[in-house]
Every structure is written in structure tokens, then in C-alpha cells.
Design a protein around this ligand. Structure first.
Ligand code: TPP
Ligand code: MG
Length: 446
């Protein structure tokens, strides 16, 4: 029918009719007007231009810094208003980390614990951010953030109990690998081994805080992750969730240059992790992660925006993983030893902040020696104590694996273990030795 009408109209009249149709149905806009595209407010341009830089004109995102390599404030930088007590506490907490790391790394080498991960080189990122948070902000860590717990008062005994899996290990009860800390009391969610799972969880925690009238506008969720973990889909899911269902979620990326043996340069082709923030409409900053004052300023401001606007913020802290990835890794198989030595010497976060303190008369070589000796003594004492403590009762391994009613598979495994314990528990030496390590020696279980 329509076709019959069209073919019957002469060509010139057809062209005239279609022009009239267009001019009557499409409003006229000049090139700079916008609003007529249904899915964007983007201005209209006649220029065919591609872009690949959030900083504009192919520039990379700058790195915010407050003190230079010698601890001197940069011209124009705002030094945070720290009093001597807070500045000293920050330095002391930083100094504790390599002491604990040295001792626990060697303890693992002696075969006393199964595994360990150090945070050498990342002390400023961890303590600077911890100091900028409220003590009851909810933290979801990756695994190198023991310093956040220490900042909040986690004791050396608690560190040792978790790493040794003693019966005093409250959060994980010997069921997690070492360094998978958790503390309900200190608002630190237990670490998970699968990378990046904490990122969308944090967006959920942020949303829960927003819905809680007692904590809305008061607390945020803080999630730490490595640049490697940011290659997981969970990173994008977490960012999208926190930006589209707005929640006070503070994303802190520790960009330490490596994901085990994969250098950061192979994790992304774009401008680091920071370039992804604006894509999600998230306030973003890149900061020198070896400058504790820059990290402190950046995270304080990020937290303020998070809480006041109820929206996500992303901080990318640029640092360097000085240690091996874990006790299961030998990093000299994939990076030159000299590179590590150079980084340690040229950009040491502890040395930088110490020079800042010493210039103000807030720290001295004598205090450094005395402090290190005291911490070392206290850590060794906690270590000896944990070595002597029994592991949790045998039955504990089945508790809290699932919430709610005990499922069939746990029941079945329990029965299996009971049967084996009856058969070998006292007759077979390796079993006797193992059972002696547990509180109750498995007797209550059988
Ligand atoms: C889903 C998943 N894939 C792989 C691993 C193995 N793994 C553990 S840590 C790690 C590297 C993570 O690197 P990054 O996020 O940069 O953190 P960093 O170790 O540098 O602090 C990998 C691949 C894992 N634990 N989970
Ligand atoms: Mg990394």
C-alpha cells in the first residue's frame, strides 16, 4: 500500500516532500548546542578526535608529593599539621613493620610457620593511610596491611597467635594461612586469599554504612588492593557498584610494581590504576606512596570527600615492593638484585620521614636504637609465648566453615576423622605428635 503511494509520486515532488518532512520533525541546533542526544550531555563537535589520556593532551596523571627524598617539604606543598606526638607515633609504627617482618620471615625459614608476607618498602603507604582514617572505619585489606592493625592497637601477641594458629587466634582459629589477619574489635575484616574479592565486598560494606543511621556520615569502608588485583573483574565490579549505588567507599591501590613476578607494566596499558577512577565518575588522586605525609594528606582528604559526599574515592599510591612476594618466592629470578638495592637506598620511606623528624628535633639516633631494641625484645617475647601455646581443639577445624546448620559434608568428614583417630590416634607416632600440639589433644573429639 505505502509502496504504491510512493511510486506514484513524481521524483521531484518526492524529494521536496522528504525535505519538508525532515525540516518539520528535526529541530535545528548549532554545533555547540547539546542535549538532543538521549544518552549523553556531551557537547557536539565537528572534529574527529580520539583521546587516550585523562590528564589531557597525552599527559600522565601527576603524583602528589609533600616531602622530597631528604625529608624537606616541596615548595608550595602543604605540610599536614602534625604535632610531635602524632608524627612520632607514625614513625614508630612504620619502624615496627620491618622488625616484625625480619623476625617472622626468619621464623618461616626455620619451618615454624607455614608462610609469611613482608611489606618492606610499603611502610609509608600503609601507616600514612592508617593514620588518616578513623579507628572505626571498616577496613578490608589484601594481605600486606598488618600495619593498619598495629596502628589500631593490635598486639604482638595477636600477630603471633594468627601466624602460629594458636588457640588464642580469635578471628581465624587456626583455619587461615599466616598473615590472614582479622579483628572484629578493630573493624578489620578477615583477609581472603582469592585476590580482589574484598573490593566488591567493600562497596557493599560502604553501602551498609550509608544505610545505618548511627554510622552514616561518620564512617567509610576502606579497601586496600594491589595493582595486580586491580586486573581482576572484581575491581571493576566494586568500582561500578560504589559509583552507581553511591557509597562512602575508599579504594586504596598499593601500586608496588609487581604482582608476584609480573611487572606492573604488564598489568595495564593505560595510565596506571588512577586513570580508571574518572571512568567510573570517582574522585581520584595518585600519590607518592613512599612519602608518608603525602599519603596522610591524600587519604585524609579522600576520606573527607567519601563521608561528606557519600561517594567512592580512589587513591593510587606509587611504591615499590622491596621484599620477595612471599616466602614462596625468589624475586631475583625475575628482577635484578641491584634494582632492589637501588630502590632501598634511593627512596626509603623510613629514611625520608626520619630526616623530616630529625630536622625538627623530634627524633634522634639514640631514640632510634632504643626504640628498635625495645620492639625487638617485645616481639621476641610474643613469639616465644605463641610457640608454646597449643593449637585450637581438633574439632575447631569444622566450626564456622559454613553459617547456620552443619551441612552433610562437614558431618561426613567429622565422622571420618573420628574413625581415623580411633584407629591411629594413639597407635601411630606421627598422629600422636600432631595431636599433642592441639588443645585437648583430640581426646574430647573422639
Ligand atoms: C584470584 C587469584 N588469582 C591468583 C592468586 C595468586 N596470587 C596471590 S598474590 C598475587 C599477586 C597480587 O599482586 P598485587 O595485587 O599487585 O599485590 P602485591 O602482592 O603486589 O601486594 C597473585 C597472582 C590469588 N591469590 N587469587
Ligand atoms: Mg603489586
Amino acid at each position: 500500500m505505502i509502496r504504491a503511494v510512493r511510486t506514484s509520486v513524481p521524483t521531484t515532488r518526492r524529494a521536496f516532500a522528504s525535505r519538508r518532512l525532515l525540516s518539520s520533525s528535526v529541530p535545528r541546533f548549532s554545533a555547540d548546542q547539546h542535549g538532543h542526544l538521549p544518552t549523553t550531555q556531551s557537547p557536539i563537535t565537528p572534529h574527529l578526535e580520539f583521546f587516550n589520556s585523562v590528564a589531557g593532551e597525552g599527559k600522565t596523571i601527576p603524583t602528589y608529593r609533600v616531602i622530597d627524598g631528604a625529608g624537606n617539604p616541596l615548595e608550595g606543598a602543604r605540610v599536614p599539621e602534625l604535632d610531635e606526638a602524632l608524627a612520632r607515633k607514625m614513625y614508630e609504627e612504620m619502624t615496627k613493620l620491618p622488625i616484625l617482618d625480619n623476625i617472622l620471615y626468619n621464623v618461616q625459614r626455620q619451618g615454624k610457620i607455614a608462610f609469611y608476607m613482608t611489606c618492606y618498602g610499603e611502610e609509608a603507604t600503609i601507616i600514612g593511610s592508617a593514620a588518616a582514617l578513623a579507628p572505626d572505619d571498616e577496613v578490608l585489606g589484601q594481605y600486606r596491611e598488618m600495619g593498619v592493625l598495629l596502628w589500631r592497637g593490635f598486639s604482638y601477641d595477636s600477630v603471633m597467635n594468627q601466624c602460629f594458629g594458636t588457640h588464642e587466634d580469635i578471628a581465624t582459629k587456626g583455619k587461615q594461612m599466616p598473615v590472614h589477619f582479622g579483628s572484629r574489635e578493630l573493624h578489620f575484616h578477615t583477609i581472603s586469599s582469592p585476590l580482589a574479592t574484598q573490593i566488591p565486598q567493600a562497596a557493599g560494606v560502604g553501602y551498609a554504612l550509608k544505610r545505618d543511621p548511627l554510622r552514616r556520615g561518620k564512617n567509610c569502608a576502606v579497601v586496600y588492593f594491589g595493582e595486580g588485583a586491580a586486573s581482576e573483574g572484581d575491581f571493576h565490579a566494586g568500582m561500578l557498584l560504589a559509583s552507581t549505588i553511591p557509597s562512602p567507599t575508599l579504594f586504596i591501590c598499593r601500586n608496588n610494581g609487581f604482582a608476584i613476578s609480573t611487572p606492573a607494566s604488564e598489568q595495564y596499558h593505560g595510565d596506571g590504576i588512577a586513570s580508571r577512577g574518572p571512568g567510573y565518575g570517582v574522585h581520584t588522586i595518585r600519590v607518592d606512596g613512599n612519602d608518608i605525609l603525602a599519603v596522610y594528606n591524600a587519604v585524609r582528604e579522600a576520606r573527607r570527600r567519601c563521608i561528606e559526599e557519600g561517594r567512592a574515592v580512589l587513591v593510587e599510591a606509587m611504591t615499590y615492593r622491596v621484599g620477595h612476594h612471599s616466602t614462596s618466592d625468589d624475586s631475583f629470578a625475575y628482577r635484578p638484585r641491584q634494582e632492589v638495592e637501588n630502590r632501598k637506598r634511593l627512596d626509603n620511606p623510613l629514611a625520608r620521614f626520619r630526616m623530616f623528624l630529625e630536622a625538627r628535633g623530634w627524633w634522634s639516633a639514640e631514640e632510634e636504637d632504643a626504640f628498635k631494641a625495645r620492639v625487638k625484645g617485645e616481639v621476641m617475647q610474643a613469639l616465644k609465648r605463641a610457640e608454646e601455646l597449643p593449637k585450637p581443639p581438633v574439632e575447631e577445624m569444622f566450626n564456622d566453615v559454613y553459617a547456620g546448620e552443619e551441612p552433610w559434608n562437614i558431618k561426613e568428614q567429622k565422622e571420618e576423622l573420628k574413625r581415623l583417630l580411633k584407629k591411629y590416634g594413639s597407635a601411630y607416632e606421627p598422629w600422636r605428635t600432631e595431636l599433642r600440639k592441639h588443645k585437648g589433644e583430640g581426646k574430647e573429639f573422639v
